[in-house]
Design a protein around this ligand. Structure first.
Ligand SMILES: C[S@@+](CC[C@H](N)C(=O)[O-])C[C@H]1O[C@@H](n2cnc3c(N)ncnc32)[C@H](O)[C@@H]1O
Length: 429
C-alpha cells in the first residue's frame, strides 16, 4: 500500500493488481468447487482461503480495493467518508426492529407490510431500508418490494451478527462519538474516563458499570466478549504460547478474570499435571460451575471462586497466576495495580503468566492486517482507555509494579492480525 510521500500506484495500476489477485482467488474457489463471493442469500457467511498464497492474494484485493476507492474519491470525500454515521444508523435500527424476520427467505415483503409489522411510519422505514440497501443489506428487486441479501440474511439467522451489531452500535459507536471530547477533557488514566464512560456518565469501569446499572446490555456485552475470545483470539494460541507441559505435576494455576473457565477447562483437558482455580465476577463463576463437565468436577482440577483482581489476591502460594486477555482492558496505572495485588500472595519462584493481545511493531503485518489490528486497539481505547500494547511496554510495567518481578521471557506470536504476547515472569523474593 502506498501512503503519504511513498510512491503511489495510479488508478489503472491498482486496478490491474486487483485483477491479478481477484483472478487468483476466483480460480482457487472454482478449482475447489467452492462458491464465489456473492450478495445473494445463498452465499456462505465467510470467505475462508485455506491456501496461504491465495489468502494473501485475497488480502491484497481487500487492501487495494480500499486504496482505489479512497483514491477515486479524492481527498475531501475520502476524509469525510471516514466519519460517516449512516451505515451504523441504518443497520442498528433494522437490527433493533428485527425486520429481517419479516422478510421471507424465498420471496419479498412490501414496504407497507414491513411498516405495519414494525409500527415504523412507511416513509421512515423505506428511507432506512434503502440506505442499508446501498451497502448490500437487503435489496429491492422490484419497486416497493424488499428481499434478502446474504448480509441481511445474517441479521435473521446469526446470533453472532446480531450480538456484534448491538454491541458495536450501542457501546462502541456511541463511545467513539464521545472519545475525542473525553480525551480533550480528561488526561487521567481512568477507565471510566474513556469515550464510552463519558457517553454513559460512568462512575466505574465498563464491566462494573454495565453489571450494576445495565444488566441487559451487560449480558449482550459478555456474550460478545465470549465469542470474540473464542474467535478473534484462537484458543490454541494459549496452548502454543507457553511451556505448560514443563510445569511439574500438581501445579496450581489461578486463572484470574477467567470468565466461565473456558481456557482453564481447555488447559486442564490437555495437561493432567495442572489444576485451576478460576476467578471472575460471581455470575461468571456460577455459570462456569454449572457448565463444568462432570468428570472435571469429580477430579476437582477446575474450581471457581468469585474475586475482583482490583483487590489483593486471596489465594496464597499458588504456582502460576495466569491472565488471558485481561490487561488489554486496563490503562497502565491499573495494569500495575492488578500486578501489585498479587504480591501478598506470591511465594518465591511463583510464576506470573500473561497471554494478552498485542500490537505488532510497524511493518510486521500487511496493511490490511494492520488496519484490523489497530481497529481492535481503537475499541480498547474507546471502551476502556487502554490499548493492545506493543511488546516493549511490558518490561517497564513490571519494573514499575515491583523490581522483584523478574521477566523470564516475552514472546510475541501472531496469526495474521491475531497477535498475542506470551509473558513469563517469576517472583524472586
Ligand atoms: C476479555 S475477558 C477475558 C476472559 C478470559 N480470561 C478469556 O481469555 O476468555 C475479560 C474478563 O475479565 C473479567 N473482569 C473484568 N473486571 C474484573 C474484575 N475487576 N475482577 C475479576 N474479573 C474481571 C470479565 O468478567 C471477563 O471475564
Amino acid at each position: 500500500m502506498a501512503a503519504g510521500n511513498e510512491p503511489q500506484l495510479g488508478l489503472v495500476a491498482l486496478a490491474t493488481a486487483i485483477l491479478k489477485d481477484a483472478t487468483a482467488v476466483e480460480e482457487y474457489l472454482k478449482e475447489r468447487g467452492l462458491p464465489q463471493p456473492s450478495f445473494l442469500p445463498g452465499a456462505p457467511p465467510r470467505l475462508n482461503m485455506e491456501d496461504r498464497g491465495v489468502a494473501e492474494a485475497h488480502e491484497r484485493v481487500l487492501n487495494a480495493t480500499r486504496e482505489l476507492h479512497h483514491l477515486t474519491l479524492g481527498p475531501m470525500q475520502s476524509l469525510t467518508s471516514l466519519v460517516s454515521f449512516e451505515d451504523p444508523f441504518a443497520i442498528s435500527v433494522l437490527n433493533k426492529l428485527e425486520i429481517a424476520l419479516h422478510v421471507p427467505l424465498d420471496g419479498t415483503a412490501t414496504f407497507e407490510h414491513l411498516s405495519e409489522k414494525t409500527g415504523v411510519p412507511l416513509a421512515d422505514l423505506r428511507h432506512i431500508l434503502r440506505m442499508a440497501m446501498t451497502s448490500y443489506v437487503f435489496t429491492e428487486p422490484t419497486p416497493g418490494s424488499v428481499a434478502h441479501t446474504a448480509a441481511s440474511k445474517l441479521l435473521r439467522e446469526s446470533a453472532f451478527a446480531r450480538n456484534m451489531i448491538t454491541f458495536r452500535c450501542d457501546e462502541q459507536f456511541i463511545g467513539s462519538a464521545k472519545a475525542a471530547e473525553a480525551l480533550v477533557k480528561y488526561k487521567d488514566e481512568e477507565p471510566q474516563l474513556s469515550g464510552w464512560g463519558f457517553a454513559n456518565d460512568a462512575t466505574k469501569p465498563l464491566f462494573d458499570e454495565l453489571a450494576e446499572k445495565h444488566p441487559e446490555r451487560f449480558a449482550n456485552f459478555k456474550a460478545g466478549v465470549a465469542i470474540v475470545g473464542a474467535t478473534a483470539v484462537p484458543r490454541h494460541m494459549v496452548l502454543q504460547g507457553f511451556d505448560w507441559a514443563g510445569l511439574g505435576p500438581g501445579t496450581r494455576v489461578v486463572d484470574i478474570g477467567g470468565g466461565g473457565g473456558e481456557i482453564s477447562v481447555m488447559l486442564a483437558r490437555e495437561y493432567p499435571n495442572l489444576s485451576f482455580v478460576v476467578q471472575d465476577y460471581e455470575d461468571d463463576i456460577r455459570k462456569g460451575e454449572k457448565e463444568l463437565a462432570e468428570d472435571l468436577k469429580n477430579e476437582g482440577r477446575v474450581t471457581f471462586m468469585p474475586h475482583s483482581f482490583l483487590d489483593p489476591q486471596p489465594i496464597k502460594d499458588a504456582d502460576v497466576y495466569f491472565f488471558r486477555s485481561i490487561f488489554q482492558n486496563w490503562p497502565t496505572k491499573y495494569a500495575i495495580r492488578i500486578l501489585r495485588n498479587l504480591i501478598p500472595a506470591l511465594k518465591k519462584g511463583a510464576k506470573i503468566r500473561i497471554h494478552d493481545p498485542m500490537t505488532p511493531d510497524k511493518g510486521l503485518l500487511s496493511p490490511w492486517q494492520e488496519r484490523q489490528k489497530l481497529s481492535m486497539d481503537s475499541r480498547m481505547y474507546v471502551l476502556f482507555k487502554s490499548h493492545h500494547r506493543y511488546a516493549d511496554s511490558w518490561s517497564s510495567i513490571f519494573a514499575e509494579a515491583d523490581p522483584r518481578f523478574r521477566i523470564i521471557s516475552i514472546k510475541p506470536s501472531h496469526i495474521a492480525a491475531r497477535a498475542m504476547i506470551n509473558i513469563d515472569v517469576a517472583w524472586d523474593e
